[in-house]
Design a protein around this ligand. Sequence first.
Ligand code: HEC
Ligand code: HEC
Length: 280
Amino acid sequence: MLITRGVLGLAVVIVTCAVHVPVTTSQEMKAEPKASSTLAKGGQILASNCAACHGIDGKGSERAPNIAQGSNAQQLSDEQLSRIIANGIPGTAMPAFHSLPAEQVRELIAYLRSLEGTGKTAKLPGKPEDGKAIFFSKGGCSQCHMIAGQGGFIASDLTEFARTHSLEQVRSAIIEPSTGRKGPVGLATAILRDGEKYVGRVRNEDNFSIQLQSLDGTFHFIAKSDLEKLEYDTKPLMPNLASTFTEKELNDLVSFLISASGNRNPEHSAKESEMDNLED
Ligand code: HEC
Ligand code: HEC
């Protein structure tokens, strides 16, 4: 469902760009963060008008369906939602709320969107901007990792990492690197018959050759017939950083990885929330 919304959103952007319609005419495209007072009011409106049937958290009851996370309502546009609220759904128990002022309907919708996790209010444990500074300087992460096209190439590109991993998984990938999904990854040393030596990561290997990338980025193609031996360093390349960060720095770093990946629901990985949606 998230994917459908994303694709629709993209289509809207493309169309509006093509005809030069100002994007701000659409409620949904507004990028400014929803003020928390708006959300608090929206929560109260839900509690007093909708919760009796849809549950206090909007997740549904035996009387009415889920209108929060992983629900059908998530696919509806703001316009469609406000029409349902104003007119109800004829022939069902969903009543019409004609007399709810437009302002309150807006606050209610903002609140429902924040429950979906598609609002701009994703809860992060720290500050992404501070985490970015750590990533590119003090933490030294960018010597090995790239994010959004900036940084090193000897270790994996982390741009997408937090989209498919939960907040806890991101945190432990940083402080317990040797338990990661790929296990410890060390450097390899290739010693050739003529005595020449290359240190780097093996990027490719077949029956006849290996391809080694050294730390300066250069690729070396080595014929196996020229190879005297290939040794893997048992010490993982990813340093163990648990003790070098304060709790705040770690939270900031995790928040940076999450916001860079566009994961709006960081309690879960994208994979997990796809599963949630399927269950509904
Ligand atoms: C008296 C019970 C009741 C109340 C109160 C109520 N609803 Fe509903 N609502 C329902 C029922 C039942 C349905 C399912 C209708 C159907 O069968 O399609 C529904 C459906 C919906 C849907 C469509 C969901 C979907 O999956 O298509 C939305 C959106 C919705 N309600 C929003 C609200 C909001 C917002 C409020 C409060 C302003 C509210 N409802 C109050 C009973 C209620
Ligand atoms: C000396 C190089 C190096 C540095 C510095 C480094 N890492 Fe890593 N990191 C690695 C390697 C190697 C892996 C294993 C994954 C791979 O590249 O194959 C890894 C794995 C990870 C993973 C798991 C990604 C995956 O694909 O499994 C995360 C998250 C991570 N590092 C974050 C960080 C952060 C944050 C910092 C800075 C605080 C950092 N790393 C510093 C080399 C490094």
